[in-house]
Design a protein around this ligand. Structure first.
Ligand code: FES
Length: 122
């Protein structure tokens, strides 16, 4: 079970929701279930509209959530992924700070997802 807390200037207050362990819903799908307004267009990791910033409530429980090549290249195009973060992801399985909500799946760690409400504006 993961607790995903959504926070954005477009929301009245933060919203914490439970993501069921073993569920493969993306953060974008979870947000839609709870009417949380994360922007999106392609749902396929290409456009960058669904950019989010992810922080881990307990950094020691960070799970290795693989960046797909598509997510990696879109984040690079947006200037939201440094060479150091790529190396950290590939070598140390450390997830980067920015992700795409349509690609990111919360496992059993508690995370806070921040977004501005502007497409690609996390
Ligand atoms: Fe296009 Fe996520 S909706 S990258």
């Amino acid at each position: 079970m993961a607790i995903v807390t959504f926070t954005s200037p477009t929301m009245h207050k933060d919203k914490a929701v439970y993501a069921v362990a073993g569920d493969t819903k993306t953060i974008l799908a979870l947000a839609e279930d709870y009417n949380i307004p994360i922007s999106f267009e392609c749902r396929d990791g290409n456009c960058g509209s669904c950019l989010i910033e992810v922080t881990y409530d307990d950094p020691d429980t960070k799970k290795a959530i693989m960046l797909t090549d598509k997510e990696k290249s879109t984040l690079k195009e947006l200037g939201k992924l440094t060479a150091e973060e790529i190396e950290n992801a590939e070598v140390n399985d450390m997830p980067p700070r920015y992700r795409l909500a349509c690609q990111f799946i919360a496992r059993d760690e508690n995370v806070t997802v921040s977004f501005t409400g502007e497409p690609g504006g996390a």
